[in-house]
Design a binder for this molecule. Structure first.
Ligand SMILES: NC(=O)c1ccc[n+]([C@@H]2O[C@H](COP(=O)([O-])OP(=O)(O)OC[C@H]3O[C@@H](n4cnc5c(N)ncnc54)[C@H](O)[C@@H]3O)[C@@H](O)[C@H]2O)c1
Length: 318
């Protein structure tokens, strides 16, 4: 059960911006050091330490880990699926060299590591419904390749060097604080902004594309709970399946219409993103996470939609 200072890499992204407040609440404001390759926006009022860290630079990482006495690294820096497919060489460098450096820094400095894997770690030959914890992982995207290799590397560092590595295979994440960073499930965030601003949305996936999704408060809580779990209870060191809701664009649109009756959706399918979505699971079997450390989601489609609309309305002042 790691305690002490936490370093979050890629802290200014979609997950990091909500993970940091969750961790500060769990561990205290002084316990969390934020880092990213980009500078925080002017006037962001970020409390606590911020460090400029490029994860592809091992020396920079080790220096920050040592200087702050970091005992746990939450490694959020990465390129996401859609962006990675446009720049596969850069994606390999950031996703693989970044994780390797984080694991090395952890090994050399005695820190624990949280690694966010993804439903993208599965592929077209994986069983798509109730996808088991241990199953075929042959993704056909560079993003997925880096996630499978990353899971294996975490397993290796745990068993070879005794590094306390823990991870989750996260589904598509829906949130309102920071816009998503270029993933295949981004439609499920954009749709809310467009529904509230314009009353209509042009979706880049087919209406019946079913994918696993999760509301961000469930995801950040899952990360904190996994990292706080007794190490002896963890049977999985690469990444646990976690699941909350399995939804399609037309089901999400119908739920939004309960709050905004005039909302309409049209479909302008992006073949690259559709192919990625068609290679991913429709729902994950997360029984190992439930058994080992008590994972339970709080938000289903209805609860997430109501909260997203309420939060965005208050942000837009409407
Ligand atoms: N958002 C999702 O739906 C989702 C789902 C499953 C898994 N994940 C995984 O969770 C992690 C975080 O995702 P996110 O949605 O917050 O991504 P994001 O794109 O919103 O944020 C990533 C952050 O990493 C930073 N970054 C990029 N290159 C860097 C480098 N070399 N050094 C340091 N920082 C760098 C970026 O500036 C950005 O702030 C990723 O590993 C992603 O694959 C995300």
């Amino acid at each position: 059960m790691p305690t002490g200072t936490i370093l979050v890499t890629g802290a200014l992204g979609q997950i990091g911006s909500e993970l940091v407040p969750e961790l500060k609440q769990r561990k205290g404001g002084d316990a969390v050091v934020l880092s990213d390759i980009k500078a925080p926006p002017a006037g962001a009022g970020l409390e606590g330490a911020f460090e400029h860290v490029d994860c592809t630079d091992l020396n920079q990482l080790i220096e920050v880990v040592r200087r702050h006495g970091v005992t746990t690294i939450y490694h959020m820096a990465a390129l996401l699926s859609a962006v990675a497919e446009e720049r596969p060489q850069v994606a390999w460098q950031i996703n693989m060299a970044g994780l390797y450096n984080v694991l090395e820094a952890a090994r050399q400095c005695g820190a624990a590591v949280f690694f966010p894997s993804s439903i993208g770690a599965f592929g077209p030959t994986t069983p798509r419904d109730h996808t088991p914890q241990v199953t075929i992982q042959r993704p056909n995207t560079i993003y997925g390749v880096t996630k499978v290799a990353g899971e294996l590397l975490c397993d290796y560092y745990a068993h070879r060097f005794g590094v306390d590595t823990r991870g989750l295979r996260l589904p598509g994440l829906i949130s309102y604080v920071t816009p998503p960073g270029g993933g295949t499930t981004d439609y499920a965030v954009e749709i809310f902004y467009h529904a509230l601003r314009y009353g209509r949305y042009n979706c880049f996936l087919e209406p019946d594309t079913r994918l696993d999704m999760m509301y961000m408060p469930d995801a950040t809580r899952a990360m904190g709970e996994l990292m706080d779990a007794e190490p002896g209870r963890l049977s999985v060191r690469n990444a646990y399946n976690v699941s909350a809701m399995s939804i399609t664009p037309q089901e999400l649109a119908a739920e939004i219409r309960k709050h905004i009756p005039e909302f309409t959706i049209a479909y302008d399918v992006d073949p690259v993103l559709q192919a990625i979505a068609d290679s991913w699971p429709r729902s994950l079997d997360d029984s190992a996470a439930r058994q080992d450390w008590g994972w339970q989601p709080c938000y289903d489609l209805a609860a997430m939609t109501a909260d997203m609309i309420a939060k965005l309305k208050s942000r837009f002042g409407g």
